[in-house]
Design a protein around this ligand. Structure first.
Ligand code: AMP
Length: 297
């Protein structure tokens, strides 16, 4: 199978988002959704997920235009995953209002043969048992990337450690890195996380950029400045999709991080996937050019 094929598993959902100036219901979201739209800009995405019979037709058409293979996207009787969150004025503090797993409750994906052979795998944020279930079916895996969230660090620490130990690259936010390692010092966090297995760790620091620990090397990038943030939901997932696609295209970890950051900056400029989905290659390239100037500066 061609190298630039990527397999993505994660949530596909309908989000309710409250910001200080707006509130929107049933916005297409979920970790796999953002990751797919981002990765689909430059790789052939094989999507693994599930939606309920309430999932809107227009949302399904987003996947038809952004993916290469939808044979492992199931639609079942029941409710689509839904999640609600409220942002504080500073955007950094987000409160989860509800999480309803719906059809994800008894999702037991069995990968189609062609999906078992995809070399680059992104385990986007979802229950670690499901991440592991999918990973164990990937017989030709070349590079595995994992993302997670505070909920699983709290409730499924051992399962999460098991998945992390099988990965090549861990993506984790600054607050989650502190929560997981119980260390405040950044470099200590990198070392502790590397000791779990993956030699590459990217710590996502929101508006401060991202840090890459690769072996003994540390590299940092900044962010593409956005004057008017509309909705930061999915920034981390878009980042992960961008990183995965770049790696599948044979780019370095640093270039992958730059691609992820460019795509994340598009996500936060609109509600849901809108701005990211409508963006073109020229705009993405312009943002990557800028982000290259922030490397280790
Ligand atoms: P991010 O802003 O990158 O942290 O990701 C936000 C997305 O994660 C939203 O679109 C949610 O639907 C999704 N999400 C929130 N909680 C969970 C969860 N427990 N499992 C999987 N996905 C989730």
């Amino acid at each position: 199978m061609n190298e630039n094929h990527t397999l993505i598993v994660g949530s596909i959902g309908l989000d309710t988002i409250e910001t200080i100036s707006d509130r929107k219901e049933s916005v297409l979201g979920g970790s796999a959704t953002y990751a797919t739209v981002a990765a689909g800009k430059s790789s052939a995405v094989h999507l693994v997920g599930i939606v309920g019979d309430d999932f809107p037709r227009e949302s399904m058409s987003v996947f038809k235009t952004t993916t290469y293979d939808l044979s492992n996207l199931e639609q079942k009787e029941g409710k689509t995953f839904s999640w609600g969150a409220k942002y504080e004025k500073n955007w950094d503090n987000r409160h989860t209002l509800f999480t309803e797993l719906g059809v994800f409750n008894d999702f037991n994906p069995v990968l189609k043969d062609q999906n078992k052979e995809v070399p680059f795998i992104f385990l986007a944020n979802i229950h670690p048992t499901l991440q592991l279930l999918v990973l164990n079916q990937c017989i030709k895996r070349k590079y595995v990337i994992i993302d997670t969230m505070n909920l699983w660090i709290d409730t499924e620490r051992n399962k999460l450690k098991e998945v992390i130990s099988s990965c090549d690259l861990l993506l984790i936010s600054e607050s989650e890195a502190e929560q997981f390692t119980k260390r405040k010092d950044h470099d200590d966090q990198g070392t502790v996380l590397q000791s779990l297995g993956p030699q590459n760790i990217i710590i996502k620091c929101g508006s401060k950029g991202a840090r890459l620990y690769s072996g003994h090397q540390l590299d940092k990038i900044g962010v593409f400045p956005i004057k008017n943030v509309i909705d930061p939901t999915g920034a981390g997932d878009s980042f992960g999709g961008g990183v995965t696609a770049s790696l599948a295209n044979g780019e370095s970890l640093i270039e992958s991080m730059i691609n992820g950051a460019a795509l994340a900056s598009l996500t936060i400029e609109g509600f849901g996937i809108d701005t990211l989905h409508n963006s073109n290659i020229n705009e993405i390239e312009k943002r990557k050019e800028y982000l290259r100037t922030t490397l280790n500066s």
